[in-house]
Write a protein that binds this ligand. Structure first.
Ligand SMILES: O=C(O)CCc1cccc(O)c1O
Ligand SMILES: [Fe+2]
Length: 314
């Protein structure tokens, strides 16, 4: 039983800010390569590991991980809103399998997902309901964070389930930045209004959503112009992590600590947890080969921007 993987940075700024034309062309080419990889594999099932940016999960109840039995896009930054095509019974079986392996994972029968989950589905599969998809939320913004070994174990547990599905061709997706430090409020430093949003800011008014998004868009423009105060991207850190993921031996990742990750690569570098889970899942089907790998630090997108495809060795 083989598996396939796409890990990609996402950025809500893809449609709002423009890097130099040659950089934009590179990113488009990397997406096209990944799309062709997916089309060739022709998945019958997708497992999407994605973070959330205080659109679906809040501090009123923040799990480290959550498997969606039903899910809908919230439609932030112009991404698709509405239901994903979640195979509910299969998602329930997956959650049971994971629970039996000593991993305590939340479930949701009404998961709300944002651009973190939706953007890869739109880019790779042409929409949020084109291929049956089990969404797995991996917290990448809210402290406290689990140890990285736990993320790897979750990926392995999910992968071991997927390898039992003889009749499926399963694509695992990891979505999120490598190094990046976008202006997502953090509880410890948030003001009162931000804390209200972080606590339970579901379903904001259009005006509130616009204001929040405009702040991120403006920060991207300032970052590109060299006038933003956010932490810089870290291409060395990003490329070293990509090298480890490609190597097939994820054990060095267990030693990474959340504090050091934030210091080296910014507060949203925790989104790489989705890549670790996806690669750990892929590895359960045996040795794998990276088919394509793109990387460029792109300040206009506020992201160390990577796109990787990989597949179980034939
Ligand atoms: O909170 C938001 O609105 C999105 C912030 C954001 C910006 C760039 C790249 C990202 O991965 C990201 O999450
Ligand atoms: Fe993100």
């Amino acid at each position: 039983m083989s598996l396939a993987l796409v890990c990609m940075s996402h950025s809500p700024l893809l449609e709002f800010n423009d890097p130099p034309a040659e950089v934009k062309a590179e990113v488009d080419a990397a997406f096209e390569t990944a799309r062709a990889f997916v089309a060739d594999y022709d998945p019958t099932l997708v497992v999407s590991f994605a973070p959330d940016h205080y659109n679906g999960f809040f501090h009123d109840l923040m799990p480290p991980f959550c498997i969606g039995f039903e899910a809908q896009g919230v439609g932030d930054y112009g991404t698709a809103a509405g239901p994903l095509s979640v195979p509910t019974e299969l998602a329930e079986r997956l959650a049971g399998w994971v629970a039996e392996r000593d991993l305590d994972v939340a479930i949701s029968r009404r998961m709300e997902v944002d651009h973190g989950a939706v953007q890869p589905l739109e880019i790779l599969l042409g929409g949020i309901d084109t291929v049956p998809t089990i969404p797995v939320f991996v917290n990448g913004v809210a402290e406290p964070f689990t140890r990285m070994a736990r993320v790897r174990k979750l990926g392995e547990a999910i992968g071991s389930f997927l390898t039992t599905l003889e009749d499926e061709r399963v694509l695992v997706i990891g979505s999120g930045g490598l190094s990046h430090d976008p202006p997502v409020p953090r509880w410890a430093t948030a003001d009162e209004a931000q804390r209200a949003m972080l606590l339970d800011g579901r379903h904001p008014t259009a005006a509130a959503r616009d204001a929040r998004q405009q702040r991120v868009i403006d920060t991207g423009r300032a970052f590109a112009a060299g006038t933003a105060t956010i932490r810089d991207l870290n291409p060395e850190w990003d490329q070293e992590l990509m090298r480890v993921l490609a190597s097939g031996d994820l054990s060095p990742i267990d030693a990474m600590t959340p504090r050091q990750m934030a210091e080296d690569a910014g507060n949203s570098a925790h989104e790489v947890r989705t890549w670790v889970a996806a690669y750990a899942a892929l590895g359960t089907a045996g040795p794998y080969d990276v088919a394509s790998s793109y990387y460029r630090p792109i300040r206009e997108y506020i992201a160390g921007f990577g796109v990787m495809t990989a597949r179980t060795r034939a």
